[in-house]
Design a protein around this ligand. Structure first.
Ligand code: UN1
Length: 513
């Protein structure tokens, strides 16, 4: 097979063999060690990125601080116009960026394009928002007084993103932060640094073309130690971090220790409840895409199917049959459904999960395994697997970032299924498949799903950008993307204005001099 046009793709995106991973837009200055990015698709080296030292970071922060002073003073709709242009550039480069996402991260080309589409969508959303960003007005208890609230930008927003959505999660944060008047410093995953370079190149071009100061979009690179520069830095009022619960707990502690804000989007352990009234065909599509899409490496991936005993065998049979049709292979080949895992560590975690579920008493119903040989040379391709299990198993309680689906059985009414669903530490996404109104409403009620996302008759993954995205419990409580998620990127100020010649005090207090 050819190189799938990767060379041309890298050219279009300005990604070189060796890239400077510390950028404020027009200036690059990295003095750290080099990270090599290998594709999980074919195991080949795609490019190298120089990482950020503390001295490099300090330079970035100086430039970002200066940029903030100028950017915050631009009218919000003007900031929106810049984000509109950024969205236009993404439209132009959609195929190239989608391909790089697919090649560097391993998700299917279709999903790579989908990810860039999420970036475009959030830009459109942010453009509209730039003419809103509204606060409330309240009635004052004092005569001749006016009271209202307004939102001002926070400052420098630090973004730490994960490998599985190497470009979209950055855009969810930046598109909103930019219209809010903030500037951003981004540390992409060290597993997908070239996607970061490509995005920064696009942003830098737009800011330069509009004669805006560099530093509105900044890139830093490296491992968790580079992330720590931001979590410890009082110049960063908000750290938005996406990744594992383990990482989130460390970030939360560090940032809370200096009373900074965090927006955390962490692990999920998402379930679909399949009730006796479920449409089986829809259930199969939703569950299979949810479990094997992005090779099970979405935070919204379906990990557990909680099936009513009366339809258990039927659903199991239909899903097992669907798994037999899955084609695993190069994700840039549109005939394949499932690409590789991100790296061999992920493969080991997958293998370990399958061993653990058996040790704990589970039964494998679709055998997994690592694939070798022609087309699988990277060693990162695995077969999606299904195991019958119990919710109490330690491994089921744990988020394994791989295509492993657990089948759990419930009896009685939907409340029993909900107990199982909510009986995990994570609380990101959830779904119910039912044509029964009572079951659907019970699932959505106060005693229903405890997750940030609760869907009826669609799967757990593939959320639209218009809704607030995030979850409860160990998922971290943050909300990104749509609805009023923008508020976290701004500081709220309450203003009371007295337009009389008297100074009455609130609460009726008299203080005459
Ligand atoms: C993630 O996996 O971190 O809902 C984000 C979805 C996508 C976003 C997933 N829109 O599956």
């Amino acid at each position: 097979m050819t190189d799938f046009g990767i060379k041309e793709t890298l050219d279009i995106l300005g990604v070189k063999d060796v890239n400077d991973g510390t950028s404020t837009g027009q200036h690059n200055f990295s003095n750290g060690e080099v990270i090599e990015s290998y594709s999980p698709v074919d195991g080949k080296l795609i490019g190298k990125v120089k990482t950020t030292t503390k001295e490099d970071y300090d330079k970035v922060m100086k430039t970002a601080s200066a940029a903030f002073v100028s950017w915050r003073s631009k009218p919000a709709p003007l900031r929106g116009e810049i984000v509109r242009q950024f969205g236009e550039k993404l439209r132009e480069k959609k195929e190239a960026l989608g391909k790089l996402v697919s090649y560097e991260m391993g998700k299917s080309y279709q999903e790579g394009l989908g990810e860039v589409q999420e970036m475009i969508d959030i830009c459109d959303f942010a453009v509209g928002l730039s003419r809103q960003l509204h606060g409330l007005t309240m009635h004052s208890e004092r005569p001749g007084h006016r009271m209202y609230e307004q939102y001002h930008p926070l400052g420098i927003v630090g973004i730490i993103s994960a490998f599985n959505f190497p470009v979209a999660v950055w855009a969810w944060n930046t598109a909103l932060a930019w219209v809010c008047g903030d500037v951003c410093v981004w540390k992409p995953s060290e597993k997908t640094p070239l996607c970061g370079i490509a995005c920064q190149n696009i942003a830098a071009e737009v800011f330069a073309k509009n004669d805006l100061p560099e530093g509105i979009s900044c890139l830093i690179n490296g491992n968790y130690k580079v992330g720590e520069f931001m979590t410890k830095d009082t110049q960063i009022p908000l750290v938005s971090a996406t990744g594992s619960t383990r990482m989130g707990k460390i970030v939360a502690k560090e940032v809370a220790g200096r009373l900074g804000k965090t927006l955390l989007e962490l692990g999920g352990n998402n379930a679909i409840i399949v009730t006796p009234d479920a449409d089986i065909k829809m259930t199969v599509i939703g569950a299979v895409f949810g479990a094997v899409g992005t090779a099970g490496q979405r935070c919204t991936s379906t990990r557990r199917l909680i099936i009513h005993e009366s339809v258990y065998d039927k659903v199991k049979e239909a899903i097992v049959k669907a798994y037999k049709q899955l084609r695993i292979g190069n994700p840039l080949d549109e005939n394949n459904h499932v690409g590789p895992l991100i790296d061999k560590d992920a493969v080991n975690m997958y293998v370990n999960a399958l061993e653990r579920v058996v040790e704990e008493g589970g039964k494998i119903v679709v055998h997994g395994g690592v694939l070798y040989g022609d087309g699988y040379e990277s060693g990162c391709y695995v077969k999606p697997a299904i195991a019958e299990a119990k919710n109490s198993f330690e491994i089921v309680q744990h988020e394994t970032f791989a295509p492993v689906l657990y089948l759990l059985k419930y009896a009685g009414d939907v409340n029993n299924a909900l107990k199982i669903q909510n009986g995990v530490a994570q609380g990101l996404s959830s779904a119910i498949m039912t044509n029964n109104l009572r079951e659907a409403e019970a699932f959505l009620s106060v005693a229903g799903s405890d997750c940030g996302i609760a869907n009826v008759n669609i799967g757990t993954s593939g959320a639209e950008i218009g809704g607030a995205f995030g979850g409860e419990k160990e998922t971290g409580g943050g909300r990104e993307s749509g609805s009023d998620a923008w508020k976290v990127y701004m500081r709220r100020q309450t203003n009371t204005i007295n337009y009389t010649a008297d100074l009455p005090l609130a609460q009726g207090i008299k203080f005459d001099l």
